[in-house]
Write a protein that binds this ligand. Structure first.
Ligand code: C2E
Ligand code: MG
Ligand code: MG
Length: 552
């Protein structure tokens, strides 16, 4: 039935009689638990079906009733019908443990609000923890003192408050600070405009709610991709046309019949609520898990960890740290640098070749939009450095560097040994990659060349293409392409077990020895691809040789 518009006069004149005549109904919309797909709550929404005029548009109805000071009567009527339905479902053997009703800001001006609501519940023997009260931010604006008193009175009696339309008003964050809400319902508009921006707002809001022990519901879920996104950020419950429109009582019963087993049993409510508190977006989801959401004090433990991150400025070929996180300082200490100053000296005064390589990588990121990655082994510690240019100004640049150490947790003799030999491997080659031709991908074992990771979704051929374009000197690109020709690779490698040739790279202009060898494997043909620098004399010899053999 289409919603119709009637005059405000019609609404205020006929509303109370319409209740008496049974034309005002609660419609019911299921709220679905994201993790299980079962109903964890049902929202009651008001509908006035006039026999002559048809269904009166709900938003208009609410607005007019608020103006005419009749909204309180509507809300109490919807609450009464909700209690009746709650009991009816119980009697039918299909109990639903939670319902929510909407309250208007005007209700909080009614002196008997608490008594009337408790009275309706008592009359129908419904416990306050079965009925959640949805309120919006504006509800608490009018008279903060009265609101506060009522809030305490209701929560002490066992009611829960849900914030409706969260994010649509002005004071959302203040409300969270001042009151203990059970659930936060994201405003419909975030999904109606399912833009990247709105997704970027929803994700941290979900995290924030969890860190405060507040559950999250998204309303207005209409499409599978919204569902998938909300599941991925850990939003706990979903409401919307994707699952069901608000239904009349009869249609709702039919819906339950069509979906046997869809109701979440009451004893599982707390169980799933607890699991829902896991913050999927936290860097330390296990540590920051807040298992007692109703505890008065928000957990003291920080729900985030610092990344081992530094921000570095480069100018005049010198490196200066602008910022270093504690994790970063800890990691550089493990590498043998007691302070940032010591590390900067290593960078700026060429104390070790390793840092020259590192510095070259950092220099290499300047002006590029990619993340450069380098692996190292130092003092038997395997570490990985990633960097990215943040900003450029004339001859200066700001670069972020992340330095991660891979712990060998149970240091045994074997791992020491492995570390030592991988150290040797590491010293020999600048980069090692495993090629899986059958599975069409390549896997970086390590790289200390300071080049980005080239593995792409497009598979091996695309990876090779991009690598050639970005890294191989123009003069050698064609030869390199033939060398890496995947169609003939197997055949060529089979002859001697490996193929090898020399190519110049863009980054340094030096010659590199590139070798592809077959890795013994029963199941699949695997190849080890390595890049090795050659000695300076050899490098010069190569250049001389090239002068004599320009057609190499
Ligand atoms: P609300 O409490 O935020 O209710 C959700 C609204 O979103 C409902 O509109 C519902 O029909 C609609 N909705 C649910 N799923 C979807 C979806 O997937 N897509 C879209 N586009 N919409 C969806 P409805 O029933 O028209 O109610 C509008 C508003 O009127 C409610 O917003 C609530 O603020 C108010 N309201 C409804 N019933 C009552 C009531 O009994 N008392 C009071 N005070 N306000 C009520
Ligand atoms: Mg609502
Ligand atoms: Mg809403």
């Amino acid at each position: 039935m289409n919603n119709i518009t009637v005059s405000s006069q019609f609404i205020s004149d006929n509303f109370l009689q319409a209740i008496k005549d049974g034309h005002v109904h609660a419609f019911f919309q299921p709220v679905i638990r994201t993790m299980t797909g079962r109903i964890c709550n049902v929202e009651a929404l008001a509908r006035w079906e006039d026999p002559k005029h048809g269904m009166i548009a709900p938003m208009e109805l609410i607005n007019e009733l608020e103006k005419a000071d009749l909204i309180y009567e509507l809300d109490m009527e919807i609450l009464r019908q909700t209690c009746l339905f709650y009991n009816e479902l119980k009697d039918r053997g299909t109990p639903i443990h939670s319902f929510s009703v909407n309250l208007s800001r005007h209700d909080f001006k009614q002196e008997d609000l608490f008594d009337r609501i408790s009275g309706i519940l008592k009359e129908h023997s419904v416990s306050p923890d079965a009925i959640n009260l949805e309120i919006t931010e504006s509800d608490m604006l009018d008279d903060a003192d009265t609101f506060h008193k009522l809030f305490v009175q209701f929560t002490d009696a066992g009611f829960s408050f849900w914030i409706d339309d969260f994010g649509s008003g002005y004071s959302s964050l203040n409300m969270l600070k001042n009151y203990r809400f059970d659930v936060l319902k994201f405003d419909l508009q975030f999904l109606q405009d399912f833009s990247l921006k709105n997704r970027q707002i929803l994700a941290p809001m979900t995290s924030m709610a969890k860190s405060l022990g507040i559950h999250t519901v998204a309303e207005g879920v209409e499409y599978q991709e919204q569902y998938d996104f909300l599941r991925s950020i850990g939003c706990e419950a979903l409401q919307g046309f994707l699952f069901s429109r608000p239904l009349s009582k009869a249609d709702f019963l039919e819906y339950l019949k069509q979906h046997p087993g869809i109701i979440e049993p009451e004893q599982e409510k707390e169980y799933w609520n607890k699991a829902g508190n896991l913050d999927l977006l936290s860097a330390t989801p296990l540590e920051s898990f807040n298992d007692d959401p109703l505890s008065e004090n928000v957990k003291e433990t920080e729900s985030f960890i610092e990344a081992p991150l530094a921000i570095i400025e480069i100018g005049n070929n010198r490196v200066t740290h602008i910022y270093a996180s504690n994790e970063y300082l800890k990691n550089i200490r493990e590498l043998g640098y007691p302070s940032l100053e010591k590390l900067e000296r290593a960078y700026n005064e060429r104390i070790s070749d390793q840092y020259l390589i590192l510095k070259r990588m950092i220099m290499n990121t300047i002006g590029k939009d990619t993340v450069q990655v380098v692996d190292y082994i130092r003092n038997n510690i395997y570490y990985n450095v990633r960097s990215r240019c943040l900003a450029l100004l004339q001859d200066k640049a700001i670069v972020a560097v992340q330095l991660t150490i891979f712990e060998t947790e149970n240091k045994t003799k074997t791992t020491d040994e492995i570390m030592r030999y991988s150290g040797a491997l590491f010293a020999t080659y600048e980069m090692a990659i495993i090629i899986h031709p059958k599975e069409n991908y390549s896997e970086r074992v390590f790289s200390r060349m300071g080049i980005q990771s080239y593995a792409t979704m497009g598979g091996l051929r695309e990876t090779v293409d991009i690598f050639i374009r970005n890294e191989v000197d123009e003069r050698d690109q064609e030869r390199y392409r033939a060398f890496l020709d995947l169609d003939t690779l197997e055949e060529r490698v089979a002859k001697e077990g490996f193929i090898q040739n020399f190519f110049r790279m863009k980054s340094s202009g030096d010659w590199k020895s590139i070798r592809i060898s077959k890795i013994p494997s029963d199941t699949e043909s695997l190849y080890l691809y390595t890049i090795q620098s050659i000695l300076k004399e050899e490098n010069d010899r190569m250049n001389e040789y090239l002068l004599d053999h320009p057609d190499l």
